[in-house]
Ligand binder design. Sequence first.
Ligand SMILES: [Zn+2]
Length: 564
Amino acid sequence: MRMTESYIPTLREVPAEAELISHQYMLRAGLIRKSAAGIYTYLPLGLRVLHKIMNIIREEMNKAGGQEILLPIMQPAELWHETGRWDDYGEEMFKLADRNQRQFCLGPTHEEIVTALVRIDVRSYKQLPIRLYQIQNKYRDEIRPRFGVIRGREFIMKDLYSFDRDEAGLEKSYQLMYDAYSRIFSRCGLQTCPVEADSGAIGGDTTHEFMVLGDAGEALIVYCQDCDYAANVEQAECLYQKPEKAALHPLKEIPTPNVSTIEELTAYLDISPSRFIKTMIFLADNKPIAVLIGGNHKINEIKLQKAVNCTKLELADPATIETVTNAPVGYAGPVGLQIPIIVDYSAAGIVNGISGANKEDTHLANINFERDYIPTKVVDIREAQAGDPCVRCGGTLQTARGTEVGQVFKLGTKYSIPLEAKFLDENGKEKPLIMGCYGIGVSRTMAAIIEQHHDEDGICWPVSVAPYQTVIVPVNYEDEKQRQTADHLYKLLTESGIETVLDDRKERAGVKFKDADLIGYPIRITIGPRQLKEGNVEITVRESKEQIVVPVAEVHNQLLTLLS
Ligand SMILES: [Zn+2]
């Protein structure tokens, strides 16, 4: 492609709206343009990158036994009523009606519609397994669309659905996808880390997220330094800690006038936060419960909600706290409380702990588990943190931020039972299909690649996903000798299948170099008067900045070596 015939509007300034490097470079390099909040147009270069990512995905999905289909974006409400998700999905679903007031949604995901497809055509175990996938736009009305295409309201996903006859089949499909995902991300030049995750609104049991580690990530994960355990903090298990061996002292009131937060208490009493039992009052389905946790830990509300099995969980208001503790806010403690007491492992392990006395300006010292209060439940409800022991090997956990680019779920019969997607097994018995679903955020993968491959001048695309592999930059295209060499190389490389851009613009060399670095072509061929006098051109590798001078006649061979 000749630059003079292209649509590549690059920007010099950093757009104010863009916080993340990937978002800034996608706008500046002319890959995308914003159409509305969280909704983007892909310009020619951006679309070329997307297509390359999609082709890698297609090849690996087909290799893993997938067949591509295209499901509709607009989906009838009836199917979503069958699974109950029309109401459960919440505000994130875009809903619309046709002229006859028939309800539809713009698909945020496609479990319902693909299951409804398969239930029509599949009758027998002989037709299984089936693995269907599509690469399609999805719609979610995010409260805060941000970070460019990383959290958009319209985005492109690859989603595959597997249908198997039994758990063993599902296990095989899951493993095939897990392995395919590892190959896809590695072929895209991405370093990813598979982590155990919470299944959220999609449902099901086992799930792994493929995270791209980096400070820009929205998710917090923990990983073990000594084995391959990694999990989302929402999901990461914490171990029961044995109480330390120490003599139990008698309960003692300590006056703490106007001192109520853990920070104030540790300063006032000059004691480590790990000696404190934080007592918090929550409303679980509107009923008050006390939650105890070690003073140096944070409650994980997802775990807490699962532990108490409620649908609504919120911190209690001051009036409720005062009623259940008979004291102002800040002096709650477990001793004498008449409501259920949920105890985190961290609090159960504290010997001679300190907590509120349920009395104004007073705390209690030497509180001991079971001697001074009876727990309703002792569970893991805290957030994992750096320094915790690993649940697998006992090693030490570290934390890191990450962006999710893919997720694999075992759904089981969550959709096939309500949607009555059944088959006859070898004994003629009717059974529900066993399902799995597997997503990759295609547009998000593009941003994640930039997050991992850039420098202060712009993007450094891996060859496999670069919009073009090579750019030819004549320092002055008006010069006849430079023009002839540039045109010759452009024709030669293009005809041999190397994707090449010729920067034939009437611009200063500096402008052309800046654009080439910003857009991030893996290889730049510079044609300047000094080297050309000797019959040479200069080749620059974008990522390493390595430069080599080669005779014009050897450019093609040199490029084949560098690109492979
Ligand atoms: Zn470990």
